[in-house]
Design a protein around this ligand. Sequence first.
Ligand code: FE2
Length: 237
Amino acid sequence: MGYVDLHSHVLFGLDDGAPDPATSLAMLDALASLGVSEQCVTPHQKASQYLPAWADVETAFAEVSKLRNPRHPTLRLAAENMWDDVFYQRAIDGTIPHYTGTSAFLVEIPRQLMPPGMLDRLFQFGRAGKVPVLAHPERYHQLWDDDALARSLRRVCAFQIDLGAIAGFHGKRETKAARHLLELGLAACVATDAHQVGDLQQAAAGLAWIDKKLGHAAVVRLFDHAPRAILSGELPD
Ligand SMILES: [Fe+2]
């Protein structure tokens, strides 16, 4: 057993994550050292910036799967879906890339503006048996000073906080928000969101912060039990 990381850009040549196979392997080495036993690989699916064809994503997944060694975490394919027109159409068509073999998917929203109708749409996903996981809620400006909104949103999706933000590497306001969501008990899980090898040192610092401030049981809950629950189709409390 070990940690389960729901968010990373380990697959090479698809987005702003690993640029080549050597970097993918170095990231898997660092993830193994961090204690991760299952790594979800979540390349961007973002219309305005990174929208690799899904066949290319599958090819990169197959190549990295072939390169990994038994010491590395096992891999599960998913995507970081931006809530844009592509996502909206995929929601209608039932083709949102999920965590493979599960009813859960990872989604991000623009920093400055919550998509209109988002709460209702998330509620509908839940009614359809889906588990939406909201990537890095600490980045979203509308949640910064609105705990009531955060609570409403948290009822219909799982908040995934970035470990680097907890440790202080993603900006002051983001760090404050990340720690606040953890202390309020609204964080469902944490993830590395690693784009490069150095991000995994930041992730280790984030885990150390949780361990020190909230206790080791919180580390186990946020980086082991909750992500496993999500992958088995549950929305953690
Ligand atoms: Fe990401």
